[in-house]
Design a protein around this ligand. Structure first.
Ligand code: IMP
Length: 428
């Protein structure tokens, strides 16, 4: 394969950053295609931990061209901070990506406060309001943001609408001069990176480059196919890559769905396989299951293969990457969800109605655990028999080959079982 999508199959935080960073070693280009700084990708290299919220996970590699595509919503403050921190050598930002402003964050926080029991538990980064403005055709593209006159004109329109909304919500108005001062400065700092990334990506494809399209969040947080309304405001699936990057659908060779060896979720919304006992505590501590963006403790559940099959069907997965297998060492027995039961009837799919999804019970397969340390193993053959059988059961229940798995946080603890990339191009 030369053009691969890496997406989460669950509710985010599956370790996509680590898998992308691993694949980036053989890639020429890493492209993020949706979401914004609600994402938190952790990469551990030689024991050092790096957290990225906006930049693609190739940012730590000087040989990689990092692309932020048109499907993203970009907070310039976060971007400037990450550019100054990580100093990516090659960065391209789509002129069609949308800009997140302070009023987007303020409205995100305000709407959540009004929802009371219907709270979504957003990351409060203004993601929903920024995408809503894009759909309402009052957002601002990067191309406008970096042209001073166009920026001032569009900001004027936006603030007329936003300050009208603010007064109705009883919020203080947003000060135009302050935004012009700070965001005008960000625009100057970002300007040189802004370009037509669709043309650049098509050029890279036609010159044979290896490309990783990196999803943020997870398939179950997809605005269309996820557990609505407990979702994000974009589509973190492989199916959304063409639209969100400006390339043809048939130019994608395959999609790797990343899944933890168990399940986690942050924020509200159903988690059918949830456990809240001493085992959940053990997994949370060993797997450091606290949000990269918000620090919230993640909810823990057994691995749910109905969820993975849903991600496969709606997003078109061709293989799996299983992360954090080592976290399950020492837990015996283990359980895997193979189907749901809704009102006494077995079902193999995720109901569209959140009320129905709230009522599903899980059917669990009991598996033997293992006690052997696996964090140093280098090949599949070295895995304990029960760890192998755990992975084989995932393959059987999802109908997907496990192409990569990881047994620890470091890049060197990721094992490629089935070769993914064709040799890297030397065409750069
Ligand atoms: P938003 O994307 O900030 O609007 O949040 C909507 C939902 O998606 C909330 O439940 C968040 O916790 C969740 N979410 C957003 N980004 C991530 C992520 O990167 N990992 C896990 N959950 C996320």
């Amino acid at each position: 394969m030369k053009r691969i999508v890496v997406v989460g199959t669950q509710w985010g935080d599956e370790g996509k950053g680590k898998i992308t960073d691993y694949l980036a070693q053989k890639a020429d280009v890493v492209c993020r295609f949706q979401g914004g700084d609600n994402a938190g990708h952790t990469i551990v290299l030689d024991g050092d931990k790096h957290s990225l919220h906006l930049l693609p996970s190739g940012a730590l590699n000087d040989n990689i061209i990092n692309v932020m595509a048109n499907g993203m919503v970009i907070n310039p403050e976060t971007l400037v901070h990450e550019i100054e921190t990580f100093k990516p050598k090659h960065l391209l930002i789509s002129d069609r990506a949308h800009v997140i402003f302070p009023f987007h964050r303020a409205f995100d926080i305000h709407a959540e406060a009004l929802k009371e029991s219907a709270l979504i538990g957003t990351t409060q980064r203004g993601i929903g309001p920024a995408y809503a403005d894009k759909a309402s055709r009052i957002g601002m593209r990067m191309a406008t943001f970096v042209q001073r006159d166009a920026f001032l004109k569009q900001l004027d329109v936006m603030l007329r609408i936003k300050n009208d909304e603010a007064s109705r919500y009883g919020l203080d108005p947003f000060d135009k001069e302050t935004i012009i001062e700070t965001y005008g400065r960000y625009a100057e700092q970002i300007k040189t990176y802004v370009t037509d990334t669709s043309s650049r990506l098509n050029h890279y494809i036609h010159t044979g480059k290896n490309i990783v399209f990196e999803g943020a969040q997870g398939s179950l947080l997809c605005l269309d196919h996820g557990t609505y309304p407990y979702v994000t405001s974009s589509s973190p699936t492989a199916a959304s890559v063409p639209l969100n990057t400006g390339i043809a659908p048939w130019l994608i060779d395959g999609a790797i769905g990343v899944t933890k060896a168990y399940t986690t979720r942050v924020g509200q919304g159903p988690l059918p396989s949830e456990i809240d006992d001493v085992i959940a505590h053990q997994i949370r501590e060993k797997g450091h299951e606290y949000g990269t963006t918000t620090g919230r403790p993640r909810r823990i559940g057994w691995l749910d293969t109905v969820v993975i099959r849903h991600a496969k069907q709606t997003g078109g997965l061709t293989g799996l990457a299983v992360t954090l297998l080592d976290v399950l060492t020492g837990i015996d027995p283990l359980y895997i969800v193979d189907k749901y039961i809704l009102d006494g009837v077995e079902t193999e799919s995720i109901p569209a109605s959140i009320e129905d999804f709230n009522r599903v019970n899980v059917h669990l397969l009991k598996m033997k655990g293992w006690t052997e340390k696996i964090s140093d193993i280098k090949s599949y053959d070295d895995l304990p028999i029960h760890a192998k059988s755990y992975l084989q059961t995932i393959e059987r229940l999802t109908g997907l080959p496990i192409m990569i798995y990881s047994v620890g946080p470091d890049r060197h603890q990721t094992i490629e079982r089935i070769p993914i990339f064709l040799p890297r191009s030397d065409l750069r």
